[in-house]
Design a protein around this ligand. Structure first.
Ligand SMILES: [Zn+2]
Ligand SMILES: [Zn+2]
Length: 558
């Protein structure tokens, strides 16, 4: 007798932190499962904790081992936290990728801009369509979000239907694209939904998100009231916002100048997909200086304070083509992502010092989030009426608030899961049945490294307490042939009484070498270890910090 297939789910990223989304679904039994992946995104490195790491990605060891059974990767939408790891990780998987046109085109443009990017084929599917990927019957259900063509994905299977919400909100007037397909979601609910795997980002926020249309109205009012030049910064991928800014410019007789490569790239893709139809062509930054101040609007990258992006350069008066002066206005049509507050604050202070008026979402409704607040989460639950809800796309607090809300709405079963948990969704009782290998990988320059690699740990230590290096040349008896060479890197020059630490270390090295017992003196390794300990403890005594210390002892035969 063959056992009926099980439907399983595992988040290999995206729970416990926002970013690095990778969910996998399995169909089969414990001897043989087919796997479907949804999204493959990055988490942006946190400079303080991960020095020199730009991107963090999910560990895909499990999928690599299951490569033969991995039937495909479906993308919900083209945000970096959902598709940013594909260029680096797809070569290890080589599976078919499915996405709608805008996501596929943006991905193609990204590959073209990245040097050495492999050729990665993407199958374009229609929004709202249904297609098979291996044994999975997939349906792309349109939802509103902060980028065109975001989708909730219904996975239909003989065991039941799962709704993987992706990133979504309810916005009856999203400016571009289709609003969240309430009708189809209600139908799914009528047909019966086994589980919802749902976005928890805004589960701590009451009420409903305002609409993109309200933001557009505010932007028009602000741009019309502005006297001098206007610069607006937003996420390039928020095409509805780009459109709203362009319409505000049009209403006030201003030309839109695009500043920043990411902005140019997204605008080109959005034009190809028809999302900017009816708007006059935008100008490139070369034209900025040609227009009178009240006839121009610069649409810039850099809303997160990125130091090399357009806005930071403009604020530092360091942009070759675009300048702002006293009386001009900068609008941050964005939210500062946690971790970027300092960088954004520096730019705002720089602008304010120059007499430029700065408007952020603290001053006016110039930004809305693309994620559902509590009333929207309640709506989704009431439409879909799942038997089980698993909160994802959130930090611990977001997940637990989403879980509480779902229980209060009467969802029969709610589970909070960890990265790598393998959950049996059905048939029968849902439960965690296994733990899959999971973790993070770092992109360190051009190299992918395990999070356990020592490079980052060492860099963090170096950043905190520098490094002392000592080199000694001795003869076979252990006598010094020359003065010790001492190099202190990232260590203060003088102690608090004003003595040079270089001299103090030099003296202690000599003292240790001279006082070593004869046998130890003849053993270069033993000498190095004695010197290392003495230097470390001397520096700790004078400085109060334990540094990394390297000692090289070179024996020269005479
Ligand atoms: Zn998103
Ligand atoms: Zn996301």
């Amino acid at each position: 007798m063959t056992r009926p297939d099980e439907l399983t789910f595992s988040p290999l990223g995206g729970v416990g932190q926002i970013g690095m989304n990778l969910s996998i679904y399995g169909l089969g039994n414990r001897h043989q499962r087919s796997w479907l992946a949804i999204d493959l995104g990055v988490y942006f490195g946190d400079e303080e904790h991960l020095p020199g790491i730009d991107l963090v990605m999910p560990d895909i060891t499990f999928l690599e081992k299951q490569k033969k059974n991995l039937v495909g990767l479906v993308l919900t939408h083209a945000h970096e936290d959902h598709f940013g790891a594909i260029i680096d990780l797809w070569p290890k998987l080589q599976c078919p990728i499915y996405a709608t046109k805008f996501s596929a085109s943006l991905f193609e443009a990204k590959c073209a801009a990245e040097r050495g990017s492999p050729k990665i084929p993407v199958t374009v599917v229609e929004s709202g369509s249904r297609f098979n990927v291996g044994p999975f019957d997939i349906e792309m259900i349109p939802v509103a979000h902060s980028i065109p063509e975001s989708h909730a994905i219904a996975i239909h299977s003989p065991v039941g239907t799962v709704l993987h919400t992706g990133d979504w909100k309810i916005d009856p007037t999203p400016i571009i694209g289709k609003p969240t397909d309430e009708k189809r979601l209600r139908e799914l609910g009528d047909e019966g939904v086994l589980a919802v795997i749902g976005d928890s980002t805004n589960a701590v926020r009451d009420g409903r998100s305002p609409s993109e249309m309200e933001v557009a109205a505010t932007l028009t009012k602000l741009v019309m009231a502005a006297k001098g030049r206007v610069a607006v910064t937003t996420f390039a991928s928020n095409v509805a916002r780009v459109r709203a800014v362009a319409e505000a410019a049009q209403a006030s007789g201003r030309e839109v100048v695009l500043v920043g490569r990411a902005m140019e790239r997204v605008v080109q893709v959005a034009r190809e997909c028809g999302y900017l139809d009816g708007l006059p062509a935008f100008r490139n930054a070369d034209y900025y200086g040609h227009f009178p101040p009240d006839k121009v609007l610069a649409l810039c990258t850099g809303s997160q304070g990125e130091s090399r992006a357009a806005l930071a350069r403009i604020a530092n008066d360091d942009h070759p083509l675009v300048t702002l002066n006293k009386g001009d206005t900068v609008i941050f049509s964005s939210r500062t992502i946690p971790g970027n507050e300092k960088a954004v604050g520096t730019i705002i202070n720089g602008l304010v010092t120059q007499g430029i008026e700065v408007i952020t979402d603290r001053d006016a409704l110039v930004h809305v989030s693309g994620h559902p607040r509590r009333d929207e989460l309640r709506d989704m639950i009431s439409w879909v009426r799942p038997e089980l809800l698993i909160p994802v796309h959130g930090e611990a607090l977001h997940l637990s608030e989403h879980a509480k809300l779902a229980r209060a709405c009467g969802v029969p079963k709610v589970m909070i899961v960890k990265t790598g948990d393998l959950v049996k969704l059905g048939p029968g009782d849902s439960a965690v049945i296994d733990e899959l290998p999971s973790g993070r990988i770092f992109k360190d320059g051009a190299i992918l490294e395990s999070e356990k690699s020592r490079a980052v740990t060492e860099r963090r230590r170096l950043g905190f307490a520098g490094c002392a290096m000592v080199a000694l040349a001795i003869n076979s008896k252990g006598d010094l042939l020359d003065d010790p060479a001492v190099d202190l890197i990232g260590i203060p020059e003088k102690n608090s009484s004003g003595q040079l630490l270089d001299d103090i270390v030099y003296d202690i090295v000599l003292e240790v070498v001279e006082n070593l017992p004869k046998a130890r003196k003849r053993d270069p390794d033993a000498m190095a270890e004695s010197v290392r300990r003495a230097v470390r403890s001397t520096l700790a005594e004078h400085w109060g910090k334990k540094t990394i210390c390297y000692v090289q002892v070179l024996t020269v035969e005479q």
